[in-house]
Design a protein around this ligand. Structure first.
Ligand code: IMP
Ligand code: MG
Length: 176
């Protein structure tokens, strides 16, 4: 659709770029071994692409995989279920894994992914997210690397969508 509404900028392209570089600095000092970066589709694609290039600039040589998960609420019980739409192809046994996602909200998606990769024998599973909504967690899980704390608003851009729109925006904003 071309009739997109205006988006109020919350985190600019420059602010995001600065945070991504700072996160890559931290990651380069973490001492990962045989690192596999697993980007959670679809929302993380832009963040993952920027973060991976920043990691490369610091001499890191991670492998990269993608997992596509869908999270939905079923019935009247507020219990979230996560299903795998596309799995990774690599073996994670004895490897360090960095799960990368756009936003940590309830925590269901990333808790599922973390448990899955741990159960497959990953040595360590770390979480890196662009945004964190601090008051929204229903599952006990924290990110190891966070771009920004996100206000309690529905955000779009930098890979994130509302009804498949706005993913292409180079900044993060709120639809007004
Ligand atoms: P949860 O942590 O399992 O609740 O799922 C977080 C996922 O919900 C993210 O990966 C996003 O795909 C989506 N999401 C949550 N909040 C927002 C938002 O404000 N804008 C866009 N997508 C969101
Ligand atoms: Mg997502």
């Amino acid at each position: 659709m071309s009739d997109k509404r205006e988006v109020r900028v919350l985190f600019s392209e420059a602010e995001i770029a600065q945070r991504v570089e700072a996160m890559a600095d931290e990651l380069s000092k973490a001492g990962f071994r045989n690192l596999l970066v697993v980007a959670v589709l679809k929302g993380s694609f832009m963040f993952a692409a920027d973060l991976l290039r920043a990691m490369h600039r610091r001499g890191m040589k991670p492998q990269v995989e993608f997992v596509h998960l869908s999270s939905y609420l079923e019935g009247t019980v507020s219990q979230g279920h996560v299903t795998i739409l596309k799995d990774i192809e690599s073996d994670v046994a004895d490897r360090d894994v960095l799960l990368v996602d756009d936003i940590l909200e309830s925590g269901r998606t990333l808790a599922f992914a973390k448990d899955l990769l741990s159960a497959r024998g990953a040595r360590k599973v770390m979480l890196g997210v662009m945004l964190e909504k601090p008051l929204k967690r229903v599952v006990q899980i924290e990110a190891d690397y966070v771009g920004f704390k996100c206000p309690d608003e529905f955000v779009v851009g930098y890979g994130m969508d509302v009804a498949h729109n706005y993913r292409e925006l180079p900044f993060i904003g709120v639809v007004s």
